[in-house]
Design a protein around this ligand. Structure first.
Ligand code: SF4
Length: 320
C-alpha cells in the first residue's frame, strides 16, 4: 500500500541518531505552529518533536504515531524532531495575532531527552525571546527546563509566560512504573521551586488524574501542598482521557502491575474515552476543595486533551 501524507513523510525522514533503544529522525514540517479547533484555551500549539521517550502508559498523544502508520509503542522509540530554527519560527509568528494563546507541549514533551541533543525547543524559545506581548504556555514533566531559565526570564519580561510542570504522583515507585523514563517527581518539584524563585509563573498539573491510582483525597492533597510549598501558583487538574491508542498500552500494563484494577478500568472506559460525569463531578469537587485549602488557582490553561486531538495532522503537508 502506498503511504500518503504524514505516513509518507515519516517513512522518508532522515535518520538523526540511533541509540540502543531509541531512534531519532528529522521530519519535514511546513509549519511549526499549528492552529487548534475553536473554543480551546489556546489557539496555537507547538510540538517540537513527534513521539516522546518518557513513555507514560496513559499517554493519549500516541495517536500522532498512528497517523504515521506506526505502532503505538513506536511513539516512545522512534522520535521525530521537527525543523525549528528561530528565524523560521519568527516568520510564522508574524502571521499570528498577539492576543492568541500559544501552547508548547500538547502532544509531546518539549524537554524529553532528545532536547538535550537537538535543542529544538530552545531554538523556538529563542524566537519568543525577541517577541513582545505574546501569550505562551509550556507543559513538561522534565527538570531539563531549568537549563533555559535565563531564556524563559527574558521571554517573561516582555510576554505573558506560564509554565506547567506535570506531576501525577509523589510516589516514586508508581511514577517509575507509570512514567518509566520521565524525571522523578522530586526533580520535577525542584524544578517548580527553581522556576518560581526565578520569578516565573509556574503551576503543577497532576494530570491525568488516574482513577483508583492517583485520585485519592490524601494523594491529591499531599501533591497540592508540596506544589504550593515549592512556589506553584496553580493546580490545574483534569481526569484521565483514555482514547483507544492509550488503552492499547495502559490496559496490558494494568494487567501486569495492578491486576485488581484492570477490570475496573475496562468497565470505566468500556464505552467511552471519558470518565463518567458522576465521577468527574466528584473529582472536580475534591480538587476545588484542595485548591481552596492551599490558595491555589485552577491555572492558566484548562486541561482538556480531548479537545487537542488532531491539530497536529493539519500542520503537515505533502512536499511537492
Ligand atoms: S511526557 Fe507527555 S507526551 Fe511524553 S509520554 Fe508522557 S504524557 Fe506522553
Amino acid at each position: 500500500m502506498a503511504l500518503i501524507g504524514i505516513a509518507r513523510l515519516a517513512s522518508e525522514s532522515e535518520l538523526l541518531e540511533a541509540k540502543s533503544r531509541v531512534t531519532y529522525f528529522e521530519i519535514a514540517a511546513r509549519r511549526i505552529l499549528n492552529r487548534t479547533k475553536p473554543n480551546m484555551p489556546f489557539q496555537w500549539t507547538i510540538n517540537p518533536y513527534r513521539g516522546c521517550e518518557f513513555g507514560c502508559k496513559y499517554c493519549y498523544a500516541r495517536y500522532t504515531h498512528e497517523y504515521m502508520e506506526l505502532d503505538v509503542q513506536d511513539f516512545e522509540d522512534k522520535i521525530y524532531a521537527k525543523p525549528a530554527a528561530a528565524d523560521r519560527v519568527r516568520l510564522e509568528l508574524r502571521r499570528i495575532d498577539r492576543k492568541d494563546h500559544i501552547a508548547i507541549g500538547t502532544a509531546t514533551d518539549p524537554y524529553q531527552p532528545a532536547e538535550r541533543r537537538f535543542g529544538r525547543t530552545r531554538s523556538i524559545l529563542e524566537a519568543f525571546a525577541r517577541e513582545r506581548g505574546r501569550h505562551l504556555g509550556i507543559t513538561t514533566k522534565s527538570d531539563l527546563i531549568v537549563r533555559d531559565l535565563e531564556l524563559l526570564r527574558e521571554i517573561a519580561r516582555a510576554n505573558v509566560l506560564s509554565i506547567n510542570i506535570t506531576i501525577t504522583t509523589l510516589d516514586e515507585k508508581l511514577a517509575r512504573l507509570m512514567e518509566p523514563r520521565a524525571p522523578r517527581p522530586a526533580l520535577r518539584l525542584k524544578a517548580v521551586r527553581q522556576l518560581a524563585q526565578a520569578g516565573l509563573v509556574v503551576g503543577v498539573f497532576p494530570n491525568p488524574i488516574m482513577p483508583l491510582l492517583t485520585d485519592s483525597e490524601r494523594a491529591l492533597d499531599r501533591l497540592a501542598r508540596r506544589a504550593r510549598d515549592a512556589g506553584a501558583q496553580y493546580f490545574g487538574a483534569g481526569p484521565l482521557f483514555l482514547m483507544p491508542c492509550a488503552q492499547k498500552v495502559l490496559l496490558p500494563w494494568l494487567e501486569d502491575n495492578f491486576p485488581a484494577l484492570a477490570l475496573d478500568y475496562r468497565k470505566l472506559f468500556e464505552h467511552s474515552a471519558y470518565l463518567g460525569s458522576g465521577a468527574k463531578r466528584i473529582l472536580r469537587a475534591r480538587v476545588e476543595k484542595i485548591r481552596d485549602r492551599y490558595g491555589l488557582n485552577s491555572g492558566p490553561l484548562e486541561y482538556r486533551p480531548e479537545l487537542w486531538l488532531g491539530e497536529e495532522q493539519a500542520s503537515f503537508e505533502l512536499r511537492d
